[in-house]
Design a protein around this ligand. Structure first.
Ligand code: PEP
Ligand code: MN
Length: 337
């Protein structure tokens, strides 16, 4: 339920919050430009009881939230969310570029690529230390050593770091090093992981599962928000269809669809979305034109030698070109880059 406040009086708001909590619901406060609203989120059964809050001082109305994604949806939160990490804003006017290798492989590889992408204009360095590989015989990542290298690259370049956390057991370890937790496509519906990340106050980069609908995607975001973590960045990374020319089908419909349903920022990953490096530039252009708040691309200084996803990785030179070519696209849709 949404409790729309007529006043911004702290005492009135607190009275509503305690009443909500007494009924066993969680209260989420949203201070909008026009009004303050309190969302009572929890067990759907018996929520009608909350209607009595209408009689409390300072309350304007009590309304049901119609969509299933109560906190991720626009109903409660019409204004766009801007996720702030360090001095970077995701979801603001600027289109943010996330770039780096698929996997952290060695100090030399990571420092080299980090220096290049930073120079070319990336704001956030990506790179997996824990890799979710289809085969158990494929490179699984450098684990903590990889995290240390990411932290070293941040020191050297000033880039922020995003890296994947595969299991809730690794959350404390990964959290010591990363600025943003990445939840990969395979883990989009790992609810234990989402609940544990929901308890923290560190941004989460949530990738869409390859078989997930937009609604399921937003319900996964809801796990993070309902546990109290509002800093969620969504990422469209392609879904599985009957098409075999590309590794996945990059669902750019999802960008304006999510934009209309949710206030959360949405980033597009055309590297995993296509699986082919030569498609990354055209699909990045398309993503920004469709309204994406950022792009995440894989970059490797020697793609032919990459431990994972070399065929979809841009060379450092091609990455520089990508950023140059995306600037006018961003400007054409009223954004900067
Ligand atoms: C990745 O970004 O390294 C990755 C494994 O992507 P996804 O979870 O989208 O497959
Ligand atoms: Mn990859």
């Amino acid at each position: 339920m949404i409790i729309v406040m007529a006043s911004r009086n702290e005492e009135d708001i607190q009275r509503v919050v305690s009443k909500i909590e007494r009924y066993g619901y969680r209260a989420h406060l949203i201070h909008g430009k026009e009004k303050t609203v309190v969302a009572a989120v929890g067990d759907e059964r018996g929520k009608a009881r909350l209607q009595v809050l209408e009689s409390l001082p300072g309350v304007e109305s009590v309304l049901p939230i119609l969509k299933p994604f109560k906190l991720a949806g626009r109903e409660l939160h019409p204004e766009k969310t801007v996720v702030r990490v360090g001095d970077v804003e995701i979801g603001g006017d600027e289109v943010v570029v996330f770039a780096g290798p698929c996997s952290v492989e060695s100090r030399e590889q990571l420092m080299d690529v980090a220096a290049h992408v930073s120079e070319a204009g990336a704001k956030i360095l990506r790179g997996g230390a824990f890799k979710p590989r289809t085969s158990p015989y494929s490179f699984q990542g450098l684990a903590e050593e990889g995290l240390e290298l990411l932290a070293e690259a941040r020191e050297r370049t000033g880039l922020l770091v995003v890296t994947e956390v595969l299991s809730e057991h690794d959350v404390p370890l990964v959290g010591q090093y990363t600025d943003i937790f990445q939840v990969g496509a395979r883990n989009m519906q790992n609810y234990a992981l989402l609940k544990s990340l929901g308890q923290l106050r560190k941004p989460v980069f949530l990738k869409r599962g390859i078989m997930a609908t937009v609604r399921e995607f937003l319900m996964s975001a809801e796990y993070l928000l309902s546990n109290g973590n509002y800093d969620v960045i969504l990422c469209e990374r392609g879904i599985r269809t009957f098409e075999t020319e590309t590794r996945a089908t990059l669902d750019l419909n999802a960008v304006p669809v999510i934009r209309s349903l949710s206030h959360l920022p949405i980033v597009v990953d055309p590297s995993h979305g296509t699986g082919r490096w030569e498609l990354v530039l055209p699909m990045s252009r398309a993503a920004i034109a469709a309204g994406a708040d950022g792009v995440m691309v894989e970059v490797h200084c020697k793609p032919a030698e990459a431990f994972s996803d070399g065929y979809q990785s841009l060379t450092c030179e091609n990455f520089e070109r990508l950023v140059r070519e995306l600037v006018p696209v961003a400007e054409a849709v009223g954004r900067s880059l």
